[in-house]
Design a protein around this ligand. Sequence first.
Ligand SMILES: Cc1cc2nc3c(=O)[nH]c(=O)nc-3n(C[C@H](O)[C@H](O)[C@H](O)COP(=O)(O)OP(=O)(O)OC[C@H]3O[C@@H](n4cnc5c(N)ncnc54)[C@H](O)[C@@H]3O)c2cc1C
Length: 400
Amino acid sequence: MIDFELTESQKQIVGTAQEFAREVLGPAEVALDKISDPEQVFQGKLYWNCMAQAFELGFHKMAIPEKFGGLGLDPQSTHLVWEEIARWAPGFAAGLIPSGVAPQLICFLTPDRKDLTEKFVAPYCEDKSGKRITSWCSSEPEIGTDGSNYYDPKVHHHTSAAKKGDRYLLTGAKSDFVSNGGVADSYIVFACTNPELGIKGSGTFVVPANAKGLSHGKALDKIGLRVLNQAPVVFDEVEVPGEYLLFPCGELYPMLHNSIITVGNLAVGYLAVGIMRGAYEYALEHSKKRVQWGKPIFQHQLTAAKLFECWQAIESARAFLWKGSWLSKNKFLGDVKTSLAAKVYATNQAVKQTAEMIQVLGGYGISKEYPVEKFARDANLLKIMDGANDILIAKAAAFL
Ligand SMILES: Cc1cc2nc3c(=O)[nH]c(=O)nc-3n(C[C@H](O)[C@H](O)[C@H](O)COP(=O)(O)OP(=O)(O)OC[C@H]3O[C@@H](n4cnc5c(N)ncnc54)[C@H](O)[C@@H]3O)c2cc1C
Protein backbone atom coordinates (compact mmCIF):
# COMPACT_ATOMS: atom_id res chain seq x y z
CA MET A 1 0.00 0.00 0.00
CA ILE A 2 1.43 3.41 -0.95
CA ASP A 3 1.14 5.93 1.87
CA PHE A 4 1.89 9.65 1.70
CA GLU A 5 0.93 10.36 5.33
CA LEU A 6 3.76 11.72 7.49
CA THR A 7 4.36 10.22 10.94
CA GLU A 8 3.90 12.38 14.03
CA SER A 9 7.66 12.72 14.50
CA GLN A 10 8.10 13.69 10.83
CA LYS A 11 5.39 16.35 11.18
CA GLN A 12 7.15 17.65 14.27
CA ILE A 13 10.60 18.00 12.69
CA VAL A 14 9.15 19.48 9.49
CA GLY A 15 7.26 22.02 11.63
CA THR A 16 10.44 22.96 13.49
CA ALA A 17 12.37 23.26 10.21
CA GLN A 18 9.64 25.39 8.66
CA GLU A 19 9.47 27.83 11.55
CA PHE A 20 13.26 28.12 11.84
CA ALA A 21 13.74 28.55 8.08
CA ARG A 22 10.89 31.07 7.73
CA GLU A 23 11.77 33.17 10.77
CA VAL A 24 15.57 32.94 10.97
CA LEU A 25 17.35 31.50 7.91
CA GLY A 26 15.13 33.02 5.20
CA PRO A 27 15.47 36.68 6.27
CA ALA A 28 19.20 36.18 6.92
CA GLU A 29 19.70 34.65 3.48
CA VAL A 30 17.90 37.52 1.74
CA ALA A 31 20.21 39.98 3.53
CA LEU A 32 23.38 37.95 2.84
CA ASP A 33 22.45 37.45 -0.83
CA LYS A 34 22.72 41.22 -1.34
CA ILE A 35 26.37 41.43 -0.13
CA SER A 36 28.51 41.91 -3.22
CA ASP A 37 31.79 40.52 -1.83
CA PRO A 38 31.15 36.83 -1.01
CA GLU A 39 34.07 36.76 1.44
CA GLN A 40 32.14 39.19 3.66
CA VAL A 41 29.21 36.78 3.88
CA PHE A 42 31.39 34.24 5.67
CA GLN A 43 33.31 36.72 7.79
CA GLY A 44 30.22 38.33 9.33
CA LYS A 45 28.30 37.27 12.43
CA LEU A 46 24.95 36.72 10.71
CA TYR A 47 26.05 33.63 8.75
CA TRP A 48 27.68 32.02 11.79
CA ASN A 49 24.76 32.84 14.12
CA CYS A 50 22.47 31.04 11.71
CA MET A 51 24.78 28.03 11.45
CA ALA A 52 25.06 27.87 15.24
CA GLN A 53 21.27 27.80 15.58
CA ALA A 54 20.96 25.15 12.86
CA PHE A 55 23.48 22.97 14.73
CA GLU A 56 21.71 23.65 18.04
CA LEU A 57 18.53 22.27 16.49
CA GLY A 58 20.44 19.21 15.24
CA PHE A 59 19.85 19.67 11.50
CA HIS A 60 23.53 18.92 10.79
CA LYS A 61 23.41 15.44 12.33
CA MET A 62 20.06 14.07 11.18
CA ALA A 63 21.57 11.25 9.10
CA ILE A 64 24.19 10.14 11.67
CA PRO A 65 23.24 7.01 13.66
CA GLU A 66 22.17 7.60 17.28
CA LYS A 67 24.96 5.41 18.66
CA PHE A 68 27.46 7.96 17.29
CA GLY A 69 25.56 10.95 18.70
CA GLY A 70 23.38 11.77 15.69
CA LEU A 71 19.59 11.83 15.38
CA GLY A 72 19.51 8.60 13.35
CA LEU A 73 16.71 9.77 11.05
CA ASP A 74 15.82 7.77 7.96
CA PRO A 75 16.43 9.34 4.49
CA GLN A 76 12.74 10.21 4.03
CA SER A 77 12.59 12.27 7.23
CA THR A 78 15.91 13.99 6.50
CA HIS A 79 14.78 14.88 2.99
CA LEU A 80 11.51 16.40 4.20
CA VAL A 81 13.60 18.82 6.26
CA TRP A 82 15.82 19.78 3.29
CA GLU A 83 12.76 20.66 1.21
CA GLU A 84 11.37 22.79 4.02
CA ILE A 85 14.62 24.68 4.64
CA ALA A 86 15.15 25.17 0.89
CA ARG A 87 11.66 26.69 0.61
CA TRP A 88 12.91 29.69 2.58
CA ALA A 89 16.71 29.51 2.50
CA PRO A 90 18.13 27.39 -0.36
CA GLY A 91 21.70 28.61 0.19
CA PHE A 92 21.75 27.58 3.84
CA ALA A 93 20.17 24.23 2.92
CA ALA A 94 22.83 23.70 0.22
CA GLY A 95 25.58 24.23 2.82
CA LEU A 96 23.99 22.14 5.56
CA ILE A 97 23.44 19.13 3.29
CA PRO A 98 27.15 18.34 2.71
CA SER A 99 28.19 19.64 6.15
CA GLY A 100 27.98 16.11 7.55
CA VAL A 101 29.74 14.29 4.73
CA ALA A 102 32.92 13.43 6.67
CA PRO A 103 31.27 12.04 9.83
CA GLN A 104 28.63 10.23 7.76
CA LEU A 105 31.28 8.52 5.64
CA ILE A 106 33.32 7.56 8.70
CA CYS A 107 30.23 5.99 10.34
CA PHE A 108 29.49 4.16 7.10
CA LEU A 109 32.99 3.02 6.08
CA THR A 110 34.86 2.61 9.37
CA PRO A 111 32.24 2.31 12.16
CA ASP A 112 34.59 0.29 14.39
CA ARG A 113 37.49 2.74 14.20
CA LYS A 114 37.11 4.47 17.57
CA ASP A 115 40.09 6.77 16.90
CA LEU A 116 38.26 8.22 13.88
CA THR A 117 34.76 8.38 15.36
CA GLU A 118 36.10 10.08 18.50
CA LYS A 119 38.13 12.61 16.50
CA PHE A 120 35.72 13.42 13.67
CA VAL A 121 32.19 12.21 14.54
CA ALA A 122 31.61 12.92 18.24
CA PRO A 123 32.86 16.55 18.15
CA TYR A 124 30.76 17.17 15.04
CA CYS A 125 27.60 15.83 16.68
CA GLU A 126 28.23 17.74 19.90
CA ASP A 127 29.04 21.02 18.17
CA LYS A 128 26.72 23.93 18.90
CA SER A 129 28.90 26.63 17.31
CA GLY A 130 28.05 25.64 13.74
CA LYS A 131 31.75 25.66 12.91
CA ARG A 132 32.46 21.93 12.58
CA ILE A 133 31.26 21.97 8.99
CA THR A 134 32.71 19.36 6.64
CA SER A 135 33.09 19.24 2.89
CA TRP A 136 33.93 16.82 0.08
CA CYS A 137 36.61 17.55 -2.49
CA SER A 138 36.49 15.66 -5.75
CA SER A 139 36.39 18.13 -8.64
CA GLU A 140 39.58 19.85 -9.76
CA PRO A 141 40.42 22.52 -12.34
CA GLU A 142 40.89 19.72 -14.91
CA ILE A 143 38.49 17.14 -13.47
CA GLY A 144 34.85 18.21 -13.73
CA THR A 145 32.39 15.74 -15.19
CA ASP A 146 35.48 13.54 -15.73
CA GLY A 147 35.07 12.69 -12.03
CA SER A 148 32.59 10.04 -13.23
CA ASN A 149 34.80 8.85 -16.08
CA TYR A 150 35.83 5.48 -14.65
CA TYR A 151 36.65 4.12 -18.11
CA ASP A 152 39.59 6.14 -19.48
CA PRO A 153 42.78 5.14 -17.63
CA LYS A 154 44.41 8.45 -18.66
CA VAL A 155 41.87 10.41 -16.57
CA HIS A 156 42.79 10.61 -12.91
CA HIS A 157 42.67 13.11 -10.05
CA HIS A 158 45.75 15.33 -10.18
CA THR A 159 45.70 15.76 -6.43
CA SER A 160 48.05 13.00 -5.38
CA ALA A 161 48.62 11.10 -2.16
CA ALA A 162 52.18 9.74 -1.98
CA LYS A 163 52.97 7.08 0.61
CA LYS A 164 55.73 8.10 3.02
CA GLY A 165 56.29 5.34 5.58
CA ASP A 166 52.98 4.90 7.39
CA ARG A 167 51.79 8.36 6.32
CA TYR A 168 50.56 10.06 3.14
CA LEU A 169 51.60 13.37 1.57
CA LEU A 170 48.74 15.09 -0.28
CA THR A 171 49.58 17.58 -3.01
CA GLY A 172 47.30 19.34 -5.49
CA ALA A 173 44.32 21.65 -5.80
CA LYS A 174 40.59 21.09 -5.85
CA SER A 175 38.22 23.23 -7.94
CA ASP A 176 36.61 26.59 -7.12
CA PHE A 177 33.31 24.76 -6.68
CA VAL A 178 33.91 22.74 -3.51
CA SER A 179 30.87 23.30 -1.27
CA ASN A 180 31.91 24.59 2.18
CA GLY A 181 35.50 24.62 0.82
CA GLY A 182 36.40 27.86 2.59
CA VAL A 183 34.57 27.26 5.86
CA ALA A 184 35.08 23.57 6.61
CA ASP A 185 36.71 22.13 9.69
CA SER A 186 37.57 18.87 7.93
CA TYR A 187 37.48 17.51 4.41
CA ILE A 188 36.85 14.28 2.55
CA VAL A 189 39.45 14.29 -0.20
CA PHE A 190 39.79 12.06 -3.25
CA ALA A 191 43.50 11.88 -4.03
CA CYS A 192 45.31 9.68 -6.53
CA THR A 193 47.44 6.90 -5.08
CA ASN A 194 47.75 4.89 -8.32
CA PRO A 195 47.47 6.86 -11.60
CA GLU A 196 47.49 3.65 -13.65
CA LEU A 197 43.94 2.94 -12.44
CA GLY A 198 42.58 6.26 -13.75
CA ILE A 199 39.89 7.82 -11.54
CA LYS A 200 39.63 4.48 -9.72
CA GLY A 201 43.22 5.10 -8.58
CA SER A 202 42.02 7.58 -5.95
CA GLY A 203 41.91 6.83 -2.27
CA THR A 204 39.38 8.55 0.01
CA PHE A 205 40.98 10.50 2.86
CA VAL A 206 39.69 12.53 5.78
CA VAL A 207 41.85 15.62 6.35
CA PRO A 208 41.50 18.17 9.17
CA ALA A 209 41.40 21.80 7.99
CA ASN A 210 44.21 22.75 10.35
CA ALA A 211 46.67 20.25 8.81
CA LYS A 212 49.94 21.98 7.88
CA GLY A 213 50.02 22.90 4.18
CA LEU A 214 46.22 22.97 3.70
CA SER A 215 44.74 26.26 2.57
CA HIS A 216 41.70 27.48 0.71
CA GLY A 217 41.07 30.22 -1.83
CA LYS A 218 38.46 32.96 -1.92
CA ALA A 219 34.75 32.26 -1.89
CA LEU A 220 33.33 32.00 -5.40
CA ASP A 221 31.33 35.01 -6.63
CA LYS A 222 28.32 33.46 -8.34
CA ILE A 223 24.78 34.08 -9.58
CA GLY A 224 22.86 32.13 -6.97
CA LEU A 225 23.07 30.13 -3.72
CA ARG A 226 25.33 32.96 -2.55
CA VAL A 227 25.06 31.79 1.05
CA LEU A 228 26.64 28.46 0.06
CA ASN A 229 30.39 28.86 0.46
CA GLN A 230 32.26 27.45 -2.55
CA ALA A 231 36.03 27.74 -2.62
CA PRO A 232 39.11 25.91 -3.90
CA VAL A 233 41.09 23.81 -1.44
CA VAL A 234 44.86 23.53 -1.88
CA PHE A 235 47.14 20.80 -0.52
CA ASP A 236 50.82 21.61 -0.30
CA GLU A 237 52.47 18.42 0.94
CA VAL A 238 49.79 17.93 3.57
CA GLU A 239 50.89 15.02 5.75
CA VAL A 240 48.21 12.73 7.19
CA PRO A 241 48.49 9.45 9.09
CA GLY A 242 47.83 6.27 7.11
CA GLU A 243 44.69 5.71 9.22
CA TYR A 244 43.08 8.74 7.56
CA LEU A 245 42.74 6.72 4.37
CA LEU A 246 39.08 5.69 4.75
CA PHE A 247 38.76 3.76 1.52
CA PRO A 248 41.58 2.55 -0.72
CA CYS A 249 41.78 2.99 -4.47
CA GLY A 250 40.58 0.16 -6.70
CA GLU A 251 37.63 -1.37 -8.51
CA LEU A 252 35.20 -0.49 -5.70
CA TYR A 253 35.79 3.26 -6.19
CA PRO A 254 32.73 3.70 -8.50
CA MET A 255 30.57 1.98 -5.86
CA LEU A 256 31.66 4.51 -3.22
CA HIS A 257 31.41 7.47 -5.59
CA ASN A 258 27.98 6.39 -6.82
CA SER A 259 26.72 5.90 -3.28
CA ILE A 260 27.71 9.49 -2.40
CA ILE A 261 26.08 10.70 -5.61
CA THR A 262 22.93 8.65 -4.97
CA VAL A 263 22.41 10.30 -1.59
CA GLY A 264 23.64 13.74 -2.70
CA ASN A 265 21.50 13.95 -5.82
CA LEU A 266 18.32 13.22 -3.93
CA ALA A 267 19.12 16.09 -1.58
CA VAL A 268 19.75 18.43 -4.54
CA GLY A 269 16.38 17.35 -5.96
CA TYR A 270 14.67 18.40 -2.71
CA LEU A 271 16.47 21.76 -2.93
CA ALA A 272 14.84 22.16 -6.34
CA VAL A 273 11.38 21.35 -4.96
CA GLY A 274 11.82 23.84 -2.10
CA ILE A 275 12.95 26.54 -4.55
CA MET A 276 9.99 25.89 -6.87
CA ARG A 277 7.62 26.11 -3.91
CA GLY A 278 9.13 29.43 -2.85
CA ALA A 279 8.60 30.96 -6.28
CA TYR A 280 5.17 29.36 -6.78
CA GLU A 281 3.68 30.32 -3.43
CA TYR A 282 4.72 33.95 -3.87
CA ALA A 283 3.52 34.13 -7.49
CA LEU A 284 0.18 32.52 -6.66
CA GLU A 285 -0.54 35.05 -3.92
CA HIS A 286 0.54 37.92 -6.17
CA SER A 287 -1.65 36.69 -9.03
CA LYS A 288 -4.74 36.74 -6.84
CA LYS A 289 -4.15 40.37 -5.83
CA ARG A 290 -2.77 41.99 -8.98
CA VAL A 291 -5.63 43.33 -11.12
CA GLN A 292 -5.16 43.86 -14.87
CA TRP A 293 -7.78 43.94 -17.61
CA GLY A 294 -10.45 44.29 -14.95
CA LYS A 295 -9.72 41.21 -12.85
CA PRO A 296 -6.99 39.48 -10.82
CA ILE A 297 -4.43 38.10 -13.28
CA PHE A 298 -5.04 34.61 -11.80
CA GLN A 299 -8.41 34.72 -13.54
CA HIS A 300 -6.74 35.00 -16.93
CA GLN A 301 -6.52 31.40 -18.06
CA LEU A 302 -2.98 31.57 -19.43
CA THR A 303 -1.70 32.85 -16.08
CA ALA A 304 -3.61 30.18 -14.14
CA ALA A 305 -2.14 27.56 -16.50
CA LYS A 306 1.41 28.70 -15.67
CA LEU A 307 0.70 28.38 -11.95
CA PHE A 308 -1.00 25.04 -12.46
CA GLU A 309 2.01 23.68 -14.36
CA CYS A 310 4.35 24.86 -11.63
CA TRP A 311 2.23 23.15 -8.96
CA GLN A 312 2.17 20.00 -11.14
CA ALA A 313 5.99 20.11 -11.43
CA ILE A 314 6.36 20.46 -7.64
CA GLU A 315 4.04 17.53 -6.95
CA SER A 316 5.52 15.23 -9.60
CA ALA A 317 9.14 16.06 -8.72
CA ARG A 318 8.45 15.45 -5.03
CA ALA A 319 6.66 12.15 -5.69
CA PHE A 320 9.63 10.94 -7.79
CA LEU A 321 12.10 12.03 -5.08
CA TRP A 322 10.03 10.29 -2.36
CA LYS A 323 10.39 7.08 -4.35
CA GLY A 324 14.18 7.65 -4.36
CA SER A 325 14.21 8.32 -0.60
CA TRP A 326 12.09 5.24 0.01
CA LEU A 327 14.54 3.14 -2.02
CA SER A 328 17.45 4.66 -0.04
CA LYS A 329 15.73 3.60 3.15
CA ASN A 330 14.90 0.08 2.03
CA LYS A 331 17.78 -0.87 -0.25
CA PHE A 332 21.46 -0.67 0.60
CA LEU A 333 22.89 2.50 -0.95
CA GLY A 334 19.58 3.31 -2.62
CA ASP A 335 19.00 3.21 -6.34
CA VAL A 336 21.41 5.20 -8.52
CA LYS A 337 19.08 5.39 -11.53
CA THR A 338 16.07 6.65 -9.56
CA SER A 339 18.06 9.21 -7.55
CA LEU A 340 19.76 10.65 -10.62
CA ALA A 341 16.58 10.69 -12.69
CA ALA A 342 14.60 12.39 -9.92
CA LYS A 343 17.35 15.01 -9.46
CA VAL A 344 17.56 15.73 -13.19
CA TYR A 345 13.78 16.05 -13.44
CA ALA A 346 13.39 18.26 -10.36
CA THR A 347 16.28 20.60 -11.21
CA ASN A 348 15.29 21.01 -14.87
CA GLN A 349 11.77 21.82 -13.71
CA ALA A 350 13.08 24.26 -11.10
CA VAL A 351 14.94 26.30 -13.75
CA LYS A 352 11.94 26.24 -16.10
CA GLN A 353 9.25 26.95 -13.52
CA THR A 354 11.07 29.74 -11.65
CA ALA A 355 11.45 31.54 -15.00
CA GLU A 356 7.69 31.12 -15.53
CA MET A 357 6.97 32.51 -12.06
CA ILE A 358 9.01 35.62 -12.97
CA GLN A 359 6.70 35.93 -15.98
CA VAL A 360 3.64 35.76 -13.72
CA LEU A 361 4.96 38.71 -11.73
CA GLY A 362 5.70 40.72 -14.87
CA GLY A 363 8.09 43.61 -14.17
CA TYR A 364 8.01 42.86 -10.46
CA GLY A 365 9.46 39.45 -11.24
CA ILE A 366 12.81 40.87 -12.27
CA SER A 367 12.95 43.32 -9.36
CA LYS A 368 15.23 42.51 -6.44
CA GLU A 369 12.52 43.97 -4.19
CA TYR A 370 10.58 40.75 -4.80
CA PRO A 371 11.80 37.26 -3.90
CA VAL A 372 11.15 35.38 -7.13
CA GLU A 373 14.27 36.45 -9.08
CA LYS A 374 16.48 35.02 -6.31
CA PHE A 375 14.78 31.62 -6.51
CA ALA A 376 15.41 31.65 -10.28
CA ARG A 377 19.10 32.49 -9.78
CA ASP A 378 19.45 29.79 -7.12
CA ALA A 379 17.77 27.17 -9.34
CA ASN A 380 20.41 27.53 -12.07
CA LEU A 381 23.18 26.08 -9.92
CA LEU A 382 21.28 22.87 -9.27
CA LYS A 383 21.60 21.54 -12.83
CA ILE A 384 25.39 21.39 -12.26
CA MET A 385 25.57 20.64 -8.52
CA ASP A 386 26.45 17.03 -7.67
CA GLY A 387 27.07 16.35 -11.34
CA ALA A 388 26.02 18.15 -14.55
CA ASN A 389 22.60 16.87 -15.60
CA ASP A 390 23.81 15.73 -19.05
CA ILE A 391 26.33 13.39 -17.47
CA LEU A 392 23.87 12.21 -14.82
CA ILE A 393 21.47 11.22 -17.62
CA ALA A 394 24.25 9.24 -19.31
CA LYS A 395 25.14 7.59 -15.99
CA ALA A 396 21.53 6.73 -15.14
CA ALA A 397 20.80 5.47 -18.65
CA ALA A 398 23.51 2.83 -18.21
CA PHE A 399 21.25 1.21 -15.56
CA LEU A 400 18.23 0.91 -17.88
C1 LIG B 1 26.46 24.36 -6.55
C2 LIG B 1 27.61 23.44 -6.81
C3 LIG B 1 28.18 22.72 -5.77
C4 LIG B 1 29.27 21.89 -5.96
N1 LIG B 1 29.82 21.23 -4.91
C5 LIG B 1 30.92 20.46 -5.08
C6 LIG B 1 31.53 19.80 -3.97
O1 LIG B 1 31.07 19.90 -2.84
N2 LIG B 1 32.66 19.07 -4.19
C7 LIG B 1 33.20 18.93 -5.43
O2 LIG B 1 34.19 18.25 -5.55
N3 LIG B 1 32.64 19.55 -6.52
C8 LIG B 1 31.52 20.30 -6.37
N4 LIG B 1 30.92 20.92 -7.44
C9 LIG B 1 31.53 20.76 -8.76
C10 LIG B 1 30.69 19.90 -9.68
O3 LIG B 1 30.78 18.55 -9.32
C11 LIG B 1 31.16 20.15 -11.12
O4 LIG B 1 30.91 21.52 -11.42
C12 LIG B 1 30.43 19.28 -12.10
O5 LIG B 1 30.84 17.94 -11.94
C13 LIG B 1 30.68 19.70 -13.55
O6 LIG B 1 32.05 19.87 -13.79
P1 LIG B 1 32.56 21.20 -14.52
O7 LIG B 1 31.89 22.34 -13.87
O8 LIG B 1 34.04 21.19 -14.56
O9 LIG B 1 31.96 21.10 -15.99
P2 LIG B 1 32.62 20.37 -17.26
O10 LIG B 1 33.05 18.99 -16.90
O11 LIG B 1 33.62 21.27 -17.87
O12 LIG B 1 31.35 20.28 -18.22
C14 LIG B 1 30.83 21.45 -18.88
C15 LIG B 1 29.60 21.05 -19.72
O13 LIG B 1 29.97 20.06 -20.67
C16 LIG B 1 29.06 18.98 -20.58
N5 LIG B 1 29.75 17.69 -20.87
C17 LIG B 1 31.00 17.33 -20.47
N6 LIG B 1 31.26 16.08 -20.89
C18 LIG B 1 30.17 15.66 -21.57
C19 LIG B 1 29.81 14.44 -22.22
N7 LIG B 1 30.62 13.39 -22.26
N8 LIG B 1 28.58 14.37 -22.80
C20 LIG B 1 27.72 15.42 -22.75
N9 LIG B 1 27.99 16.59 -22.14
C21 LIG B 1 29.19 16.71 -21.55
C22 LIG B 1 28.58 18.97 -19.15
O14 LIG B 1 27.34 18.32 -19.00
C23 LIG B 1 28.48 20.46 -18.86
O15 LIG B 1 27.24 20.94 -19.31
C24 LIG B 1 29.83 21.75 -7.26
C25 LIG B 1 29.24 22.46 -8.33
C26 LIG B 1 28.16 23.30 -8.11
C27 LIG B 1 27.58 24.05 -9.28
